[in-house]
Design a protein around this ligand. Structure first.
Ligand code: PMV
Length: 362
Protein backbone atom coordinates (compact mmCIF):
# COMPACT_ATOMS: atom_id res chain seq x y z
CA UNK A 1 0.00 0.00 0.00
CA UNK A 2 1.33 3.41 -0.85
CA UNK A 3 1.17 6.25 1.63
CA UNK A 4 -1.41 7.88 -0.66
CA UNK A 5 -3.80 4.91 -0.30
CA UNK A 6 -7.40 6.01 0.03
CA UNK A 7 -9.00 4.28 3.01
CA UNK A 8 -12.48 4.95 1.63
CA UNK A 9 -14.39 1.99 0.29
CA UNK A 10 -16.12 3.23 -2.86
CA UNK A 11 -17.49 0.50 -5.14
CA UNK A 12 -20.55 -1.43 -3.92
CA UNK A 13 -24.23 -1.82 -4.72
CA UNK A 14 -26.90 -3.08 -2.34
CA UNK A 15 -27.68 -6.04 -4.65
CA UNK A 16 -24.08 -7.23 -4.43
CA UNK A 17 -23.80 -7.20 -0.66
CA UNK A 18 -23.77 -10.58 1.05
CA UNK A 19 -26.84 -11.23 3.18
CA UNK A 20 -25.18 -12.56 6.34
CA UNK A 21 -21.64 -12.97 7.60
CA UNK A 22 -20.21 -13.94 10.99
CA UNK A 23 -16.57 -13.48 11.93
CA UNK A 24 -14.56 -13.83 15.17
CA UNK A 25 -11.32 -12.09 16.06
CA UNK A 26 -9.00 -11.97 19.01
CA UNK A 27 -6.86 -8.84 19.48
CA UNK A 28 -4.20 -8.15 22.12
CA UNK A 29 -3.52 -5.20 24.36
CA UNK A 30 -0.18 -3.41 24.04
CA UNK A 31 2.19 -1.54 26.31
CA UNK A 32 3.74 1.71 25.10
CA UNK A 33 7.48 2.28 25.56
CA UNK A 34 7.40 5.77 24.03
CA UNK A 35 4.03 7.15 25.09
CA UNK A 36 1.23 8.75 23.10
CA UNK A 37 -0.24 11.57 25.16
CA UNK A 38 -1.85 14.48 23.34
CA UNK A 39 -3.73 14.39 20.05
CA UNK A 40 -5.19 16.51 17.26
CA UNK A 41 -8.49 16.03 15.40
CA UNK A 42 -9.33 13.26 14.51
CA UNK A 43 -7.16 10.88 16.50
CA UNK A 44 -3.89 12.22 15.07
CA UNK A 45 -1.07 11.86 17.61
CA UNK A 46 1.09 14.84 18.59
CA UNK A 47 4.16 12.57 18.72
CA UNK A 48 5.14 9.08 17.53
CA UNK A 49 4.69 6.21 20.00
CA UNK A 50 6.12 2.69 20.11
CA UNK A 51 4.78 -0.37 21.89
CA UNK A 52 5.29 -4.03 22.60
CA UNK A 53 2.24 -5.99 21.52
CA UNK A 54 1.12 -8.34 24.32
CA UNK A 55 0.21 -12.01 23.98
CA UNK A 56 -2.19 -13.02 26.76
CA UNK A 57 -4.22 -9.87 27.56
CA UNK A 58 -6.76 -10.02 24.72
CA UNK A 59 -10.28 -9.18 23.64
CA UNK A 60 -12.27 -11.82 21.76
CA UNK A 61 -15.06 -10.42 19.56
CA UNK A 62 -17.61 -12.06 17.27
CA UNK A 63 -19.62 -9.89 14.88
CA UNK A 64 -22.67 -11.10 13.03
CA UNK A 65 -23.52 -8.85 10.07
CA UNK A 66 -27.14 -9.03 8.81
CA UNK A 67 -28.10 -7.21 5.63
CA UNK A 68 -31.05 -4.80 6.12
CA UNK A 69 -33.76 -4.24 3.53
CA UNK A 70 -32.54 -0.67 3.07
CA UNK A 71 -29.65 1.60 3.90
CA UNK A 72 -29.85 3.35 7.30
CA UNK A 73 -28.55 6.78 8.30
CA UNK A 74 -26.43 5.35 11.15
CA UNK A 75 -24.79 1.95 11.58
CA UNK A 76 -27.09 -0.17 13.74
CA UNK A 77 -25.72 -2.58 16.33
CA UNK A 78 -26.38 -4.47 19.54
CA UNK A 79 -23.63 -5.28 22.04
CA UNK A 80 -23.16 -8.13 24.48
CA UNK A 81 -20.32 -8.67 26.95
CA UNK A 82 -19.78 -12.28 28.01
CA UNK A 83 -23.16 -13.15 26.52
CA UNK A 84 -25.10 -10.46 28.46
CA UNK A 85 -26.44 -7.16 27.05
CA UNK A 86 -23.87 -4.44 27.78
CA UNK A 87 -25.53 -1.03 27.29
CA UNK A 88 -22.65 0.74 29.09
CA UNK A 89 -20.38 -0.13 26.12
CA UNK A 90 -22.79 1.37 23.58
CA UNK A 91 -21.76 5.09 23.64
CA UNK A 92 -18.12 4.31 22.82
CA UNK A 93 -19.13 1.96 19.97
CA UNK A 94 -21.68 4.46 18.63
CA UNK A 95 -18.96 7.13 18.51
CA UNK A 96 -16.52 4.68 16.88
CA UNK A 97 -19.04 3.65 14.19
CA UNK A 98 -19.87 7.30 13.48
CA UNK A 99 -16.18 8.08 12.95
CA UNK A 100 -15.47 5.11 10.70
CA UNK A 101 -18.65 5.40 8.58
CA UNK A 102 -17.04 7.38 5.72
CA UNK A 103 -14.42 4.62 5.36
CA UNK A 104 -16.85 1.65 5.58
CA UNK A 105 -20.09 3.02 4.07
CA UNK A 106 -21.37 -0.50 3.31
CA UNK A 107 -21.96 -0.94 7.07
CA UNK A 108 -25.06 1.31 6.88
CA UNK A 109 -26.73 -1.62 5.06
CA UNK A 110 -26.10 -4.01 7.95
CA UNK A 111 -27.09 -4.64 11.52
CA UNK A 112 -24.12 -5.71 13.66
CA UNK A 113 -24.59 -8.13 16.55
CA UNK A 114 -21.41 -7.79 18.60
CA UNK A 115 -20.43 -10.30 21.27
CA UNK A 116 -17.24 -9.59 23.16
CA UNK A 117 -15.19 -10.69 26.17
CA UNK A 118 -11.70 -10.14 27.59
CA UNK A 119 -9.14 -12.69 28.76
CA UNK A 120 -8.33 -10.32 31.64
CA UNK A 121 -10.86 -9.09 34.20
CA UNK A 122 -12.91 -6.25 32.71
CA UNK A 123 -12.49 -4.03 35.75
CA UNK A 124 -8.82 -4.86 36.35
CA UNK A 125 -7.63 -1.39 35.41
CA UNK A 126 -5.93 -2.79 32.29
CA UNK A 127 -6.91 -0.59 29.36
CA UNK A 128 -9.22 -2.70 27.25
CA UNK A 129 -9.88 -0.03 24.63
CA UNK A 130 -6.82 -0.97 22.53
CA UNK A 131 -7.67 -4.67 22.31
CA UNK A 132 -11.43 -4.15 21.99
CA UNK A 133 -11.22 -1.57 19.21
CA UNK A 134 -8.63 -3.63 17.32
CA UNK A 135 -10.84 -6.74 17.52
CA UNK A 136 -13.88 -4.78 16.33
CA UNK A 137 -11.93 -3.25 13.45
CA UNK A 138 -10.61 -6.68 12.46
CA UNK A 139 -14.17 -8.05 12.13
CA UNK A 140 -15.24 -5.08 10.02
CA UNK A 141 -12.23 -5.39 7.71
CA UNK A 142 -13.01 -9.12 7.32
CA UNK A 143 -16.42 -8.13 5.90
CA UNK A 144 -14.80 -5.53 3.66
CA UNK A 145 -12.45 -8.20 2.32
CA UNK A 146 -15.47 -10.40 1.50
CA UNK A 147 -17.02 -7.52 -0.45
CA UNK A 148 -13.76 -6.52 -2.08
CA UNK A 149 -11.51 -9.59 -2.46
CA UNK A 150 -8.89 -7.54 -4.30
CA UNK A 151 -7.90 -5.94 -0.96
CA UNK A 152 -4.32 -7.09 -0.33
CA UNK A 153 -3.13 -8.46 3.02
CA UNK A 154 -1.14 -5.29 3.61
CA UNK A 155 -4.14 -3.10 2.80
CA UNK A 156 -6.28 -5.14 5.21
CA UNK A 157 -3.74 -4.77 8.02
CA UNK A 158 -3.31 -1.05 7.48
CA UNK A 159 -7.04 -0.46 7.20
CA UNK A 160 -7.62 -2.43 10.38
CA UNK A 161 -5.11 -0.28 12.25
CA UNK A 162 -6.54 2.87 10.61
CA UNK A 163 -10.09 2.03 11.78
CA UNK A 164 -8.95 0.86 15.24
CA UNK A 165 -7.14 4.20 15.69
CA UNK A 166 -10.44 6.04 15.26
CA UNK A 167 -11.83 4.08 18.23
CA UNK A 168 -8.81 4.50 20.50
CA UNK A 169 -5.43 5.86 19.43
CA UNK A 170 -3.38 3.14 21.10
CA UNK A 171 -5.54 0.49 19.34
CA UNK A 172 -3.69 1.38 16.11
CA UNK A 173 -0.74 -0.48 17.68
CA UNK A 174 -2.65 -3.68 18.58
CA UNK A 175 -3.13 -5.15 15.09
CA UNK A 176 0.35 -6.55 14.58
CA UNK A 177 3.40 -7.40 16.65
CA UNK A 178 5.90 -7.66 18.11
CA UNK A 179 7.00 -3.98 18.12
CA UNK A 180 4.79 -1.30 16.57
CA UNK A 181 5.36 2.35 15.73
CA UNK A 182 2.41 4.72 15.30
CA UNK A 183 3.00 8.31 14.23
CA UNK A 184 5.23 10.07 11.72
CA UNK A 185 8.93 10.22 12.39
CA UNK A 186 11.57 11.30 9.85
CA UNK A 187 13.86 8.38 10.73
CA UNK A 188 11.18 5.84 9.76
CA UNK A 189 10.03 6.68 6.23
CA UNK A 190 7.17 4.14 6.32
CA UNK A 191 5.73 5.64 9.54
CA UNK A 192 2.27 7.18 9.53
CA UNK A 193 -0.02 9.21 11.79
CA UNK A 194 -2.92 7.19 10.33
CA UNK A 195 -1.96 3.63 11.22
CA UNK A 196 0.67 1.55 13.01
CA UNK A 197 3.65 -0.08 11.26
CA UNK A 198 5.98 -2.85 12.33
CA UNK A 199 9.45 -1.96 13.46
CA UNK A 200 11.79 -4.06 11.36
CA UNK A 201 15.16 -3.81 13.11
CA UNK A 202 15.64 -4.95 16.69
CA UNK A 203 18.07 -7.17 18.57
CA UNK A 204 16.77 -10.66 19.30
CA UNK A 205 16.77 -9.98 23.05
CA UNK A 206 13.59 -7.91 22.57
CA UNK A 207 11.71 -10.59 20.61
CA UNK A 208 11.05 -12.61 23.78
CA UNK A 209 10.53 -9.84 26.34
CA UNK A 210 8.24 -10.37 29.32
CA UNK A 211 5.65 -7.98 30.77
CA UNK A 212 4.24 -8.75 34.21
CA UNK A 213 1.32 -6.44 34.97
CA UNK A 214 0.93 -5.58 38.66
CA UNK A 215 -2.73 -4.78 39.34
CA UNK A 216 -2.29 -2.09 41.98
CA UNK A 217 -5.77 -0.67 41.50
CA UNK A 218 -8.55 -2.55 39.77
CA UNK A 219 -11.07 0.30 39.94
CA UNK A 220 -12.25 2.90 37.46
CA UNK A 221 -9.71 5.64 36.67
CA UNK A 222 -10.56 9.04 38.18
CA UNK A 223 -9.65 10.84 34.94
CA UNK A 224 -10.28 9.15 31.59
CA UNK A 225 -7.60 9.12 28.90
CA UNK A 226 -9.87 11.25 26.66
CA UNK A 227 -9.85 13.99 29.31
CA UNK A 228 -6.10 13.49 29.83
CA UNK A 229 -5.31 13.91 26.12
CA UNK A 230 -7.42 17.07 26.06
CA UNK A 231 -5.49 18.55 28.98
CA UNK A 232 -2.41 18.52 26.75
CA UNK A 233 -3.97 21.38 24.75
CA UNK A 234 -2.50 24.57 26.24
CA UNK A 235 -0.30 22.53 28.61
CA UNK A 236 2.74 24.56 29.58
CA UNK A 237 5.13 21.70 28.79
CA UNK A 238 3.31 20.17 25.80
CA UNK A 239 5.72 21.12 23.02
CA UNK A 240 8.76 20.06 25.09
CA UNK A 241 7.07 16.74 25.86
CA UNK A 242 6.31 16.08 22.16
CA UNK A 243 9.93 16.91 21.31
CA UNK A 244 11.18 14.60 24.08
CA UNK A 245 9.08 11.72 22.68
CA UNK A 246 10.45 12.30 19.15
CA UNK A 247 14.00 12.31 20.49
CA UNK A 248 13.30 9.20 22.61
CA UNK A 249 12.01 7.37 19.54
CA UNK A 250 15.25 8.20 17.79
CA UNK A 251 17.26 6.89 20.77
CA UNK A 252 15.08 3.78 21.01
CA UNK A 253 15.90 2.86 17.40
CA UNK A 254 19.59 2.75 18.40
CA UNK A 255 18.82 0.83 21.60
CA UNK A 256 16.78 -1.73 19.67
CA UNK A 257 19.45 -2.35 17.08
CA UNK A 258 22.30 -2.56 19.63
CA UNK A 259 20.37 -4.54 22.24
CA UNK A 260 21.42 -1.96 24.85
CA UNK A 261 19.38 -3.05 27.89
CA UNK A 262 20.79 -0.45 30.30
CA UNK A 263 19.74 2.39 28.00
CA UNK A 264 16.41 0.64 27.39
CA UNK A 265 15.56 0.64 31.11
CA UNK A 266 16.51 4.29 31.42
CA UNK A 267 14.45 5.42 28.45
CA UNK A 268 11.34 3.38 29.26
CA UNK A 269 11.21 4.60 32.86
CA UNK A 270 11.80 8.21 31.84
CA UNK A 271 8.89 7.93 29.37
CA UNK A 272 6.55 6.52 32.03
CA UNK A 273 7.39 9.24 34.52
CA UNK A 274 7.18 11.96 31.86
CA UNK A 275 3.65 10.79 31.04
CA UNK A 276 2.66 11.11 34.69
CA UNK A 277 4.54 14.40 35.01
CA UNK A 278 2.19 15.77 32.35
CA UNK A 279 -0.75 14.76 34.53
CA UNK A 280 0.81 16.28 37.67
CA UNK A 281 1.40 19.60 35.91
CA UNK A 282 -1.80 19.92 33.87
CA UNK A 283 -4.51 22.38 34.78
CA UNK A 284 -6.38 21.05 36.64
CA UNK A 285 -3.68 18.76 37.95
CA UNK A 286 -4.36 15.14 38.81
CA UNK A 287 -2.59 12.08 40.12
CA UNK A 288 -3.14 8.51 38.97
CA UNK A 289 -0.21 6.84 40.76
CA UNK A 290 -0.97 5.43 44.20
CA UNK A 291 1.26 4.81 47.24
CA UNK A 292 1.83 1.21 46.12
CA UNK A 293 2.81 2.39 42.62
CA UNK A 294 5.62 4.40 44.21
CA UNK A 295 6.61 1.54 46.53
CA UNK A 296 6.96 -0.75 43.52
CA UNK A 297 9.06 1.82 41.64
CA UNK A 298 11.41 2.14 44.62
CA UNK A 299 11.70 -1.64 44.99
CA UNK A 300 12.39 -2.13 41.28
CA UNK A 301 15.20 0.43 41.38
CA UNK A 302 16.73 -1.10 44.50
CA UNK A 303 16.51 -4.61 43.01
CA UNK A 304 18.20 -3.48 39.82
CA UNK A 305 21.05 -1.90 41.74
CA UNK A 306 21.56 -5.00 43.87
CA UNK A 307 21.12 -7.67 41.20
CA UNK A 308 22.56 -5.97 38.12
CA UNK A 309 19.53 -7.27 36.19
CA UNK A 310 17.54 -5.21 33.69
CA UNK A 311 14.07 -5.04 35.18
CA UNK A 312 12.23 -1.88 34.09
CA UNK A 313 8.87 -0.44 35.09
CA UNK A 314 6.46 1.42 32.90
CA UNK A 315 3.01 2.89 33.52
CA UNK A 316 -0.16 3.43 31.54
CA UNK A 317 -2.60 6.17 32.41
CA UNK A 318 -3.36 4.49 35.75
CA UNK A 319 -1.88 3.12 38.97
CA UNK A 320 -0.94 -0.34 37.63
CA UNK A 321 2.70 -1.10 36.91
CA UNK A 322 4.02 -3.02 33.91
CA UNK A 323 7.33 -4.77 34.57
CA UNK A 324 9.47 -5.41 31.51
CA UNK A 325 12.36 -7.89 31.55
CA UNK A 326 14.32 -10.10 29.15
CA UNK A 327 13.70 -13.82 28.92
CA UNK A 328 17.24 -14.69 30.06
CA UNK A 329 16.54 -12.95 33.41
CA UNK A 330 12.97 -14.22 33.80
CA UNK A 331 13.55 -16.79 36.53
CA UNK A 332 15.34 -14.52 39.01
CA UNK A 333 13.08 -11.59 38.18
CA UNK A 334 9.92 -13.66 38.69
CA UNK A 335 11.17 -14.78 42.09
CA UNK A 336 11.68 -11.14 43.09
CA UNK A 337 8.23 -10.19 41.81
CA UNK A 338 6.54 -13.00 43.73
CA UNK A 339 8.47 -12.43 46.97
CA UNK A 340 8.56 -8.63 47.03
CA UNK A 341 6.01 -7.05 44.70
CA UNK A 342 2.90 -9.22 44.64
CA UNK A 343 2.00 -7.88 48.10
CA UNK A 344 1.40 -4.40 46.63
CA UNK A 345 -1.30 -5.64 44.23
CA UNK A 346 -5.01 -5.36 44.98
CA UNK A 347 -6.18 -8.88 45.93
CA UNK A 348 -2.57 -9.99 45.20
CA UNK A 349 -3.48 -9.96 41.50
CA UNK A 350 -0.96 -9.82 38.68
CA UNK A 351 -0.78 -11.05 35.10
CA UNK A 352 2.31 -12.62 33.55
CA UNK A 353 2.34 -11.65 29.89
CA UNK A 354 4.90 -11.54 27.08
CA UNK A 355 5.46 -9.86 23.77
CA UNK A 356 3.09 -11.17 21.06
CA UNK A 357 2.06 -10.98 17.44
CA UNK A 358 -1.29 -9.18 17.03
CA UNK A 359 -4.81 -10.05 15.83
CA UNK A 360 -5.97 -13.61 15.13
CA UNK A 361 -8.98 -14.92 13.23
CA UNK A 362 -10.52 -17.42 15.68
O1 PMV B 1 -5.55 5.10 23.31
P1 PMV B 1 -5.90 6.05 24.42
O2 PMV B 1 -6.63 7.25 23.92
O3 PMV B 1 -6.61 5.35 25.55
O4 PMV B 1 -4.54 6.62 25.01
C1 PMV B 1 -3.58 5.77 25.60
C2 PMV B 1 -2.50 6.54 26.21
C3 PMV B 1 -1.48 5.75 27.00
O5 PMV B 1 -1.88 4.43 27.24
C4 PMV B 1 -1.28 6.42 28.35
C5 PMV B 1 -0.13 5.75 26.29
C6 PMV B 1 -0.02 4.89 25.07
O6 PMV B 1 0.72 5.28 24.18
O7 PMV B 1 -0.62 3.79 25.04
Amino acid sequence: MTMGYDFRFTHFEHDHLITAFTTSWSAPSNIALVKYWGKKEVQIPCNPSVSFTLRECRTQTTIQFDLQSSKKEEILFSIQYEGQPAPSFAPKITEFLKRIKPYVPFLTHYHLTIDTCNTFPHSSGIASSASSMAALAAGIVALEEKLNPSLTKEEQTNKCSFLARLGSGSAARSVEGPIILWGNHPESPNSSDLFGVKLAVYDNVFASYHDTVLLVDQGQKIVSSTVGHNLMHNHLYASTRFEQARENYSQLLKIFSKGDLVAFVDLVEQEALSLHAMMLTSSPSYLLMQPNTLRIIEEVRAFRKKSGLHLAFTLDAGANVHLLYPDAEAEKTRRFIENNLRQYCQDNALIHDRIGMGIKNT
